[in-house]
Design a protein around this ligand. Structure first.
Ligand code: SME
Length: 166
């Protein structure tokens, strides 16, 4: 019974945050404002999301490089990441969401903070091509459930659709 209640309340929270992201999307005047708003919203409302940030592919860069954009949380030494580095590089080069339940067990992991235990990285697609990604770190092991994945993918999709209108 307790488990059922906990599940229900986390679903409710995810739904509330999804609706807040929709409101941000209709109120934001630019994609930049939307990205900033999404980092603030997820960092404030999702209690296990301890670092939330966007990395976007630098226009015209060869070889391609992910550049840190809006973020909430501690400063990171990783402001530019190539596609063969880190969980971030893996998500961008494969075009697939990467969820790491225990970062100490993944040799690809680039450490930002000693407190980070798990991570999710979701690509942002523009017309079917990876344009960047939404990266979230947690101080808790296995913080990202399928519900979290759906929520983060939804937020990344809002940004991708907005970038398609440019
Ligand atoms: N951990 C990431 C690097 C970015 S920081 O988490 C902010 C990675 O392994 O690519």
């Amino acid at each position: 019974m307790i488990i059922v209640m906990a599940t229900t309340s986390s679903s409710r929270k995810a739904e509330e945050v999804r609706q807040a992201a929709d409101r941000l999307n209709s109120e934001a005047r630019t994609t930049d404002q939307l990205m900033e708003g999404i980092t603030l919203l997820l960092h404030q409302e999702m209690l296990k999301y301890n670092w939330v940030g966007f990395y976007m592919l630098e226009a015209g860069a060869n070889p391609p490089v992910l550049v840190l954009g809006h973020y909430q949380g501690a400063m990171t030494p990783h402001t530019r990441i190539s596609l063969h580095q880190g969980i971030c590089g893996a998500a961008a080069s494969s075009g697939k969401t990467v969820v790491v339940d225990d970062v100490t067990k993944d040799t690809r992991y680039l450490a930002c903070s000693l407190e980070t235990k798990s991570e999710i990285v979701v690509p942002v697609f523009v017309r079917g091509q990876v344009a960047g990604e939404l990266d979230i770190d947690s101080h808790f092991l296995a913080a990202f459930t399928s519900e979290d994945r759906e929520l983060v993918e939804y937020c990344a999709e809002l940004v991708g659709k907005r970038l398609e209108k440019k």
